[in-house]
Design a binder for this molecule. Structure first.
Ligand SMILES: NC(=O)c1ccc[n+]([C@@H]2O[C@H](COP(=O)([O-])OP(=O)(O)OC[C@H]3O[C@@H](n4cnc5c(N)ncnc54)[C@H](O)[C@@H]3O)[C@@H](O)[C@H]2O)c1
Ligand SMILES: N[C@@H](CCC=O)C(=O)O
Length: 542
């Protein structure tokens, strides 16, 4: 077909309410019951084939009811990884030779299936496997993933339309956006099904083929995503999913000549280790691998003496405790002036103590469980430390219980020492450290908190005074890649607040944006000369 094709204008997927009596709630409840009662194999998908591996078996359980198994995966071995690379390389040429419209069409179809007939099952898998409440699952696995798929197509179309600004008389300059040579390695975290879906499909849209390793605890929903992509017509081998913990898979992939890029989201520690291995292996590769990684955070809320207390309380409760604080964007440190704390404390503590925490199948709960026994043990240790440390006063929560599920009560800890690890370390759980500063120390507080943590992901200011808002926005310019004024620091929406941070929080390539897609292409410039010179001499030579 010869045509310059436009793509549909993207629109953010509307968030459904799941209110009692709504059709979406009825459909979801059927799916939750079906999935919870039907554990399945969670196979690798290599070259389009479901392969039950022979690596160690790992059960994927419901975090809020850990005796209930959702499925069993097999830890990916070196042989599984090698087979996935072979499949990705075999699929590369036919995939990149399809037109952009054909590739885009697969992504747009996946978005429409997800927002329609697949919505309930992907949401149910995310709720059960990752312990998300229905609202948290809906904004992630249905809406954000559909948005990634649709907005990426829109941004990719813009990228491909960008051509040289000018051509000299007698010449024509053109740009060809090539995929990378080799395969892209996508490694995804447990906490967002949308990220799990975006990291392999963004490079694929740009013409690359991919080996994708989801987090073990997210594999129930990841398995639904693989099936969704296949249902949307993704050709075999374009995305190959290898399940498991990762090191054995990385051993093969990071030592492969054709590693063309890494698309990672997860902790700073794991990202640093992958980057280091790439550095150590540099002479192995055909091209310099593109490395994109969005990593950890120690996200802040700074309150000014002019803050509206109701706005501040809501931003803290939602920002710190939604999805059990397991968002990279979650507020985990707050700086509150003494004059505001006096008015905030009782209501904030009472609201926090009243938050319903439990099994996410009970839709009246505000929070579920933390992801697994490791996370639970880490949070328990932090709570024990907080209770024992005389620089810390636990004013809400502070308890946990793993008898049925990995439940950690939402916790607020008053921390007097601004250098304390509770104000610098990412715990990735429902633990909010609050530092109360003297109103007159506003300036010193801003200077100290700006760089006390290694991260720079999200943060915000709660204030009504315009001069204070302007001051914080400027002084904390490098402290967050996503900055909020009078709002919680979570809940970025694709196309509205492209997401990512710098410093120890990652490469800030902004998931779901043109900047991210740019990393998955390698530009070729073609200059054609219509009446080429036939004499080498220049006029100045006489
Ligand atoms: N900045 C962002 O956009 C963003 C978004 C979501 C999560 N996060 C961060 O992710 C972290 C939480 O997620 P997590 O617990 O899944 O992170 P993690 O780093 O423990 O795991 C991330 C992924 O890396 C895999 N992995 C670990 N070692 C590996 C290896 N050697 N080779 C290959 N894969 C390996 C894991 O199995 C998982 O799939 C937090 O630090 C959070 O801040 C950041
Ligand atoms: N983009 C999400 C966070 C993703 C990380 O976990 C937000 O803005 O809350």
């Amino acid at each position: 077909m010869d045509a310059i094709i436009n793509v549909p204008d993207p629109v953010n997927e509307p968030v459904r309410t799941y209110a009692p009596g709504s059709p979406e709630r009825a459909e979801l409840e059927v799916e939750l019951a079906r999935m919870a009662s039907t554990p399945i194999d969670l196979p690798h998908v290599i070259g389009g084939q479901e392969v039950v591996g022979d690596g160690e078996a790992v059960d994927v359980v419901q975090p809020h009811a850990h005796a209930e198994v959702l499925g069993t995966l097999h830890d990916g071995t070196g042989a599984d990884a090698a087979a996935a690379v072979d499949a990705a390389l075999a699929a590369a040429v036919p995939w990149r030779e399809l037109s952009f419209e054909d590739r885009a069409s697969v992504m747009l179809k996946a978005a429409d299936l997800l927002s329609g007939p697949w919505r309930a099952r992907v949401n149910a898998a995310t709720m059960l496997g990752q312990s998300k409440t229905v609202h948290q699952a809906e904004i992630d696995s249905a809406c954000e993933l559909a948005d990634f798929l649709r907005f990426n197509v829109h941004f990719a179309r813009q990228l491909l339309a960008e051509q040289p600004v000018t051509s000299s008389p007698g010449t024509w300059n053109r740009i060809d956006q090539r995929p990378l040579e080799g395969f892209v390695y996508a490694v995804t975290p447990f906490n967002f099904t949308a990220i799990a879906g975006n990291l392999p499909t963004a490079p694929a849209l740009m013409g690359n083929t991919v080996v994708w390793k989801p987090a073990t605890t997210q594999t129930r929903a990841a398995t639904e995503l693989m099936r969704l992509f296949q249902a949307a017509g993704l050709p075999d081998g374009v995305v190959n999913m290898v399940t498991g913990r990762g090191p054995a898979i990385s051993e093969v992939l990071l030592n492969h000549r054709d590693l063309a890029g890494i698309h990672f989201t997860g902790s700073t520690t794991v990202f640093n280790s992958l980057w280091k291995q790439v550095g150590d292996n540099l002479s192995t590769y055909r091209s310099y691998p593109r490395i994109v990684g969005e990593t950890g955070g120690k996200d802040f809320v700074v309150a000014h003496p002019s803050a509206d207390v109701d706005v501040l309380r809501t931003a803290l409760v939602r920002g710190a405790f939604e999805y059990q604080g397991q968002k990279c964007s979650a507020a985990s440190r707050a700086y509150v002036p003494a004059s505001v704390w006096e008015r905030l404390r009782d209501d904030l503590v009472a609201t926090t103590e009243a938050l319903p925490v439990g099994d996410v199948r009970d839709l009246s709960n505000f929070m579920g469980a933390v992801i697994d026994d490791r996370a639970f043990a880490k949070h328990k240790k932090v709570l024990d430390m907080a209770h024992a440390d005389d620089r810390v006063e636990v004013v809400a929560g502070g308890t946990c219980d793993d008898e049925v599920g990995y439940f950690v009560r939402p916790t607020i800890a008053l921390v007097s020492d601004p250098e304390h690890e509770m104000l610098t370390t990412e715990y990735f759980g429902p633990i909010l450290a609050v530092h109360v500063y003297r109103d007159e120390d506003w300036d010193a507080m801003l200077t100290q908190m700006e760089s006390v943590a290694e991260y720079a992901l999200t943060g915000g200011v709660i204030a009504q005074d315009r001069a204070a808002i302007a001051e914080v926005t400027q002084r904390l310019r490098f402290a967050a890649g996503n900055f909020y004024v009078n709002d919680k620091p979570t809940g970025a929406v694709v196309g509205q607040q492209p997401f990512g941070g710098a410093r120890g929080s990652g490469t800030n390539d902004k998931a779901g944006s043109k900047a991210n897609l740019q990393r998955w292409i390698s530009t070729r410039v073609i200059k054609e000369t219509f009446a080429p010179p036939t004499d080498y001499r220049y006029p100045h030579m006489g």
